[in-house]
Design a protein around this ligand. Structure first.
Ligand code: B12
Length: 311
């Protein structure tokens, strides 16, 4: 087995279901679309994404000797459903298990250690939502899946409930080809986004996105009425544009990694209870779940936005 096959094998043992290899060239059209997205202020208050732009365009501004970008996909779908009870706020699926940043990063560091044993002079760096890289653009280039109209990477068998991680490497590999886009004429996700955040297919407007408002904004920032009125009980993140996708509805693979499912998942929270908890009560109630703690102030702000409209 060559190094490439060994990396794939090791990654599969670490619960990645798909691994793809792309040539580390500058991003052309994808970068232009990204710049237009910034110019049209669709990044809302996420100023950090405007920085280190030259690295987002070309990973050789991260590792000058970079030859490859290896992309890893990790399925986080679990076999649970939110109940349709208006007194509960929904937590999006990506938060049902251990925090993915550390989880995936540890796995990628194991892969880097393995590569370094065999190729000690190679340079490798891993990112999981932690660096100035357009991960979805690389996932498309590495043939992991296609970019759906909900702007997320999709595969036929797994849908889109998966995380991406990548390793930029100075080593050369055989490269994969991008996949055809299989959304076809389907526009269910763009049509059913209650806040019209996906009016332009594949291009998300964060200013209108429930996920953005409930995760990315500071606790003191008020959620606007037009978002709150359509929040549909999402108390942290939002999965509507994924849940309605036929590929996700058909996907029957569930995460079996004990490191992700280290505890009974918290998939929803009592909205009134959250609003009335103080920090001590909150810490006691969730004391055995250090990885899954959400900031209480953020949850309270999101809960009060749900209540503001429904009461
Ligand atoms: C900023 C960010 C957000 C923002 C903005 C989301 C967005 N769509 O940009 C907010 C906070 C809203 C968000 C929400 C979510 N996020 Co987020 N987020 C990111 C982050 C950090 C950067 C994304 C980014 O660069 N956006 C900028 C836009 C312009 O890029 P883009 O969407 O890829 O747009 C491309 C297409 O438009 C394409 N394109 C369009 N037309 C055309 C035409 C041509 C010809 C070409 C070539 C290209 C092209 O070009 C653009 C640039 O590549 C990534 C991690 C990373 N470092 O990449 C995670 C990431 C995208 N998020 C992720 C997740 C899981 C989520 C949520 C599901 C969480 C939740 N449940 O609430 C939601 C999903 C909302 C949604 N529908 O996107 C995962 C997605 C995994 C996947 N399967 O795709 C990522 C990859 C994190 C990870 N490591 O796993 N997120």
């Amino acid at each position: 087995m060559g190094l490439q096959e060994e990396i794939i094998q090791l990654a599969k043992n670490l619960y990645f279901f798909k691994i793809g290899f792309a040539h580390a060239e500058p991003l052309g059209q994808e970068f232009k679309v990204f710049q237009t997205w910034l110019q049209s202020r669709r990044n809302a208050s996420m100023k950090w994404i405007e920085r280190k732009i030259e690295k987002r365009e070309d990973v050789r501004n991260i590792i000058p000797a970079a030859k490859s970008v290896i992309v890893f996909a990790y399925n986080y779908k679990l076999d649970f459903q939110h109940r349709s009870d208006a007194s509960f706020g929904k937590i999006s699926r990506y938060k049902w298990g251990t925090d993915y940043h550390q989880l995936i990063s540890n796995k990628l560091e194991k892969i880097i250690s393995f590569i370094k044993e065999l190729e000690p002079n190679s340079e490798n760096i891993a990112y999981v939502d932690s660096g100035p890289v357009l991960e979805k653009a690389w996932a498309v280039r590495a043939g992991i899946g296609w970019q759906g109209k909900n702007s997320l990477i999709l595969t036929e068998d797994y849908g889109s409930f998966f995380f991406l991680g990548l390793i930029i490497s100075s080593l050369e590999f055989k490269y994969n080809n991008p996949m055809p886009n299989l959304c076809g004429k389907c526009s269910i996700c763009t049509n059913l986004c209650p806040t019209q955040a996906l009016n332009t297919p594949k291009i998300l407007d964060a200013n209108k996105c429930i996920s953005y408002w409930t995760i990315e904004t500071k606790a003191r920032t008020n959620i606007p009425d037009e978002i709150a009125a359509n929040q549909r009980n999402w108390i942290f993140g939002c999965d509507i544009c994924q849940e309605v996708c036929p590929y996700n509805q058909r996907a029957k693979h569930f995460c079996s990694d004990p490191d992700f499912i280290d505890h009974e998942p918290i998939i929803e929270l009592d909205i009134n209870e959250i609003q009335n908890l103080n920090e001590d009560q909150y810490s006691t109630k969730f004391s055995d779940l250090p990885n899954k703690r959400f900031k209480l102030e953020i949850l309270k702000r999101n809960a009060s936005a749900i209540n503001r409209i429904t009461q």
